[in-house]
Design a protein around this ligand. Structure first.
Ligand code: NDP
Length: 475
């Protein structure tokens, strides 16, 4: 058999679907997986889909590498972390200078940068690629965020663009920057995804516990919203999840699902990245915290016994307010996410282009939405990296923030947890307050630690003559 165009290691959910996608686009793909059973399952699926003629199974890693056309391109799609390092270590003795590894898992961008730097002297190219869209996206067109050297990108571009989603004829795959840039952007994509999902869940909570709406009624509202400014994949699937019923009991499935959400790492990494870069990203942080609270089911049950259950049907907000509150919250969340990306780009010299990022998120990925198309246009026409200052979004925020305020206020009085929506509102208010309150913090810091403060017209590193506090107990 002639050599394969590309190799793919890791036939899990994502890898198997990506390999089928590659074969469907006319490339011959050699596949390898640690457990042989997955290779067999994959070949059954390939045969069923008429793609076995372009898929080449190789259980032995050496035979797999030899089956590839040179210079070789090998996609690794295994569990992130040590398995990626182990796989690179196994591959390295089998590769020749000029070959390239394209790592597509959810890797930490600093790991990607380290691997990129380590492989460069060996003459092995390395692309760290973020892929979003779940199994369906991987099979039929994900959003693909590429990081690494431009040379490797040019070699991999035809196949990566062929398998990516497209939005009105534009590919949702782009090279974003050197080293870990692609994985960094994917991490923040996932952080934004956490924020979106949490805000949607909070709105569902207001509907359920504040307005007494059942799942079917909430589903109908989300379905209606999907035809408006909130149009997005996550709003669409929320409607579908809420209307699904359990085959056994006939009850809404969502009412039977345990209210504990897990997290795999990218949400936490995005919150840590924001903190390390000194960029406030309260929506991402709130969403990560909310998942941690959700995981403590036993503690929540015990605390509800002490403090009582929030009342049902007890708050007064309109469905229109909820829609606008969610839109305003999302704008704040995306503002924060893009600010994190902009700061990271500055710090790492990545030259990330925010309009390109918004463009490749318009289709294929989990946060795809109509809203991202507006964002791409806004970033393309305005160099500002602060979405809250971009004219189109200023208008939407002016229209929607009063609704966000009413929802947060009503939620607080109705004892409903709105960790993301309320922090989005506080961020918005804090970000537009010319005279803040950190003057007091600076005073306190100087009082106890002589940290100094600034007074306009008098200079910085000034100190107050604070009174001494005598500890009576110590005398
Ligand atoms: P799965 O759990 O479905 O598959 C994991 C794959 O990794 C299997 O092929 C497994 O091989 C392989 N693997 C695990 N450990 C090792 C190891 N030590 N050495 C060699 N191979 C190993 O994962 P997914 O396909 O869901 O995810 C793959 C990557 O893609 C992850 O980084 C994930 O975070 C990322 N991702 C996942 C998305 C999703 O929606 N699922 C979306 C976007 C990215 P074996 O069969 O032998 O166990």
């Amino acid at each position: 058999m002639s050599k394969a165009d590309i190799g793919l290691i890791g036939l899990g959910v994502m890898g198997a679907n990506l390999a089928l996608n590659i074969a469907e686009k006319g490339y011959t793909v050699a596949v390898n997986n640690r457990s042989v059973a997955k290779i067999e399952d994959f070949m059954v699926a390939a045969r069923q889909q008429g793609l076995d003629g372009r898929t080449l199974p190789e259980a032995d890693l050496t035979a797999f590498v030899r089956s590839l056309r040179t210079p070789r391109s090998i996609i690794i799609m295994v569990k992130a972390g040590k398995p990626v390092d182990d796989m690179i270590a196994q591959l390295l003795p089998l590769l020749d200078k000029g070959d390239a590894i394209i790592e597509c898992g959810n890797s930490l961008s600093s790991d990607t940068q380290r691997r990129f730097d380590a492989l460069r002297p060996e003459g092995i190219g390395y692309l760290g690629v973020g892929v979003s869209g779940g199994a369906e996206g991987a099979r039929h067109g994900p959003s693909i965020m590429v990081g690494g050297s431009k040379e490797e990108w040019h070699n991999a571009e035809p196949v990566l663009k062929a398998i990516a989603a497209d939005f009105e004829g534009e590919s949702c795959c782009a090279w974003l920057g050197e080293g870990g840039a692609g994985h960094f952007v994917k991490t923040i994509h996932n952080g934004i995804e956490y924020g979106d999902m949490q805000m949607i869940a909070e709105i569902y909570g207001v509907m359920r516990d504040g307005l007494g709406m059942d799942a079917a009624a909430s589903a109908a509202v989300f379905k209606r919203w999907n035809a408006g400014p909130l149009n997005s994949y996550l709003i669409e699937i929320t409607g579908l999840v809420l209307e699904a019923t359990d085959g056994e009991t006939g009850r809404p499935l969502v009412e039977l699902i345990l209210d504990k959400a897990g997290q795999k790492g990218t949400g936490v990494w995005s919150a840590i990245a924001a903190q390390e870069l000194g960029v406030p990203a309260t929506a991402i942080e709130g969403a990560v915290a909310a998942r941690a609270i959700s995981a403590r089911k036993d503690e929540r049950i015990a605390a509800e016994r002490i403090y009582g259950k929030p009342g049902r049907g007890s708050i007064a907000v309109t469905i229109d307010d909820l829609e606008k509150a969610l839109l305003a919250g999302k704008i704040v969340s995306y503002t924060q996410g893009f600010s994190v990306i902009a700061r990271a780009a500055e710090q790492n010299g990545w030259g990330l282009h925010l309009a390109t990022i918004a463009r490749i998120w318009r289709a294929g990925c989990i946060i795809r939405s109509r809203f991202l198309d507006q964002m791409a246009t806004a970033f393309a026409s305005d160099a500002s990296t602060n979405l809250l200052m971009v004219p189109d979004f200023v208008q939407v925020m002016k229209d929607c923030h009063p609704a966000l305020r009413r929802v947060v206020a009503a939620g607080a009085m109705g004892e409903l947890p709105l960790i993301c929506l309320s922090s989005a509102l506080s961020y918005f208010d804090g970000s537009r307050q010319a005279q803040g309150t950190a003057n007091l913090i600076q005073g306190q810091r100087d009082f106890f630690g002589a940290h100094g403060f600034e007074i306009e017209g008098r200079g910085s590193d000034l100190h107050g003559r604070w009174p001494a506090i005598i500890d009576a107990a110590a005398e």
